[in-house]
Ligand binder design. Sequence first.
Ligand code: FAD
Length: 402
Amino acid sequence: MKTDYDVLIVGSGMVGAAIANALDGSDLTIGIIENHTPQMQWPPEHFDIRVSAITRASQRFFENLGVWHGMEQRRVTPYNQMHVWDSTGGHGEIHFDAAEINEPNLGHIIENSVIQSALVERFADFDNIEFICPVNFTRLAFEKDHAWLELDDGKKLAAKLIIGTDGANSRVRQIAGISVKGWQYDHKAVVTVVKTEKSHQNAAWQRFLPTGPLAFLPLENGYSSIVWSTSPSLADQLVAMDVELFKQDLEQAFESKLGTIVEVGQRGAFQLKLQHTTNYTRPRLALAGDAAHAVHPLAGQGVNLGLLDAAALTEVVLEAHQAGQDIGSHQILRRFERWRKGDNLAMLAAMDGFKRLFGNQTAPVQFMRHLGLNMTNRATPLKNFLVKYGMGYKGDLPKACR
Ligand SMILES: Cc1cc2nc3c(=O)[nH]c(=O)nc-3n(C[C@H](O)[C@H](O)[C@H](O)COP(=O)(O)OP(=O)(O)OC[C@H]3O[C@@H](n4cnc5c(N)ncnc54)[C@H](O)[C@@H]3O)c2cc1C
């Protein structure tokens, strides 16, 4: 194992693994450490209960990295339509259709393990990437011209730049003394995979309930991934309850839009929070993905923001390296921070606003919400803008995402 790198990435989740791939082909030496061995294979009938709605911008990034084909070979499901409705105290609804904006689809639903394994698989193709896994680090320190990590076997790894992509509870962020602002939502997301009586028609479906949004996201062979955000106590009950009761509750909550629930897989629940770090960078360190920001999953934007971070950060680092500059200097890293912080904050605020708007059950707000949904549904330019925004055609996109 090498002990001296240009870049050390902590965490090989979707964002960290994408960063390593984006730095391939350069003469930078990359180390990537991970404390959980990623799942690389599974039987075809097994679905990961964690999935992501991947925007067109993220798809372009994966295509440019040469990993999209690996994902398609495993399993990706395009969705062509989206139906969103709110039927408490009246009725409001909005439909999005890829055909209306001349696109082949609105995005893809992909299991997180599909994304991660396709990215990690590629490490073996590159001489400049070393994957160190499973391993934990015990210390992290920053010096003037390098930073170093000590692994649990006592080995010390040094780098010009450390990238923290170790998720929402980032230890890298904590040790670096970067604080976070935010709060826990009164929501946990129950996730599972179900088979429904009727076809999902390759559409993403989302109903807003008084307790939170319930989404059915299309997967292969008539299966759908469920993300049901609700109060923590109800979420715990939904995970623990008898499977037949769960089927009934889910069917009722979804107004039987896809008929009966025929099959239910393993269930899990995740506490949801809004979180944003005060800084993404300090000398010799950059944070990206959930280590820098966490967002409510109601519009499926979290990892898409993280992938834009990955593309922007690697663009800045590669340009600096080509110009012979110090890739770990704060001046360089601040370019990435300035680039991404505003866009991420805008999306965090928008998702928080939606969560509050749809959680408010007072009659005037319900009325305005239904009116707003129905009017937007008829206002083609606004609707087209919204759908394009959701697909990632927004802001100052990094070159690899265009
Ligand atoms: C219910 C739910 C539904 C969601 N749906 C969507 C969606 O549809 N679309 C979307 O864009 N986003 C979605 N998200 C958000 C998305 O899952 C996250 O944004 C994404 O997982 C963040 O990726 P990441 O690589 O930054 O972090 P993580 O996925 O958390 O990965 C962090 C990695 O670091 C490793 N690690 C952690 N600590 C250490 C350590 N000390 N040493 C070494 N390695 C370490 C972990 O093992 C892991 O591999 C959803 C989230 C939830 C909860």
